[in-house]
Design a protein around this ligand. Structure first.
Ligand SMILES: C[S@@+](CC[C@H](N)C(=O)[O-])C[C@H]1O[C@@H](n2cnc3c(N)ncnc32)[C@H](O)[C@@H]1O
Length: 278
């Protein structure tokens, strides 16, 4: 791994270690029963398409690997549906909280702190790989490594299911590129691929029967919610950052809540699901 990629990986890890994904949507003590209930309520209210995209209802008896499991919210749905679920995440913070959730709700599942680019699972050991908003993080070589690893650990006929952010084309005019990158860096993302790039990489590793679906309209409630929160909170973020009460990471993240909406309005990115078969 190049020095730049290693640094980016550390930035991604530090970012999510500091803000386990989804914690900001729950006004309850992290790790409490109420906390997980609020995270789940927010997730499926604002991103109601996820249960269908992840196909929870068809997971019974399947061996499911989730890449970037966050707080284990989707993991819990897989486990409840009767899947043999394993969640991995780059950060101990996510894995600890996801594991706690499973313990608290008495759900079966396994967790590991691990890197999607280098999985410690035998070949052909899963029926499904689910990755929701985690593939965007590594640079392009890392995304390709993620796809190679997903292919390797899936059994023949197994399915890769991804939901993530994409750009419409490359390059945009300089000003738009700069805008997009400022927004993405607040989420610890170096760049997002075009559909053509991602499809090429997916097919190159051997996947076939690709199905894609633009689901941007489905995530608008979540985007609008973040934008409104950003409008409300960002003015106080600036002095809090100057007083070092908010970290650089928290500050950039708050700013990106505003920028992601504006970047969407400028037509710079969209969200799609991609399903592929091994
Ligand atoms: C946007 S969050 C999504 C989490 C979860 N899917 C959800 O929606 O709640 C991205 C997650 O991917 C994880 N992640 C990022 N890069 C990763 C990698 N290379 N390997 C494993 N996990 C990674 C982060 O630590 C973070 O928890």
């Amino acid at each position: 791994m190049s020095e730049a990629n290693a640094q980016l990986k550390e930035r991604v890890r530090a970012f999510w270690q500091e803000h386990p994904c989804g914690t900001k949507f729950a006004d309850a003590s992290p790790g409490s029963r109420r906390f997980y209930e609020l995270v789940e309520e927010h997730r499926y209210q604002k991103e109601w398409h996820i249960p269908a995209a992840a196909d929870f209802s068809k997971a019974h008896g399947k061996k499911v690997l989730e890449i970037g499991c966050g707080l284990g919210t989707d993991g819990a749905q897989f486990a409840l549906a009767g899947a043999d679920y394993t969640g991995i995440d780059l950060t101990d913070a996510a894995v600890d909280l996801a594991r706690r959730r499973f313990d608290l709700f008495n759900l079966p599942g396994a967790f590991r702190t691990a890197d999607a680019e280098n999985l410690d699972f035998p070949d052909e050991s899963f029926d499904v790989v689910w990755a929701q908003e985690s593939v965007a993080h590594p640079p392009h070589q890392g995304k390709q490594a993620f796809l190679r690893e997903a292919y390797r650990v899936l059994r023949p006929g197994g399915r890769l299911m991804v939901e993530d952010a994409f750009r419409y084309r490359r390059p945009y005019p300089d000003e738009d590129e700069a805008f997009l990158h400022t927004f993405l860096s607040g989420w610890a993302i170096a760049d997002i691929p075009t559909n053509e790039e991602f499809v090429t990489w997916t097919e190159e590793v051997g996947f076939h029967d690709l199905e894609q679906s633009d689901i941007t309209a489905n995530i608008l409630p979540s985007m609008r919610y973040l934008y409104r929160m950003g409008l409300l909170l960002y003015p106080s973020e600036v002095p809090l950052r100057m007083l070092r009460i908010r970290s650089a990471c928290q500050h950039a993240n708050a700013r990106s809540s505003l920028l992601q909406w504006r970047a969407y309005k400028k037509g710079l990115w969209y969200v799609q699901t991609l399903i592929a078969r091994k």
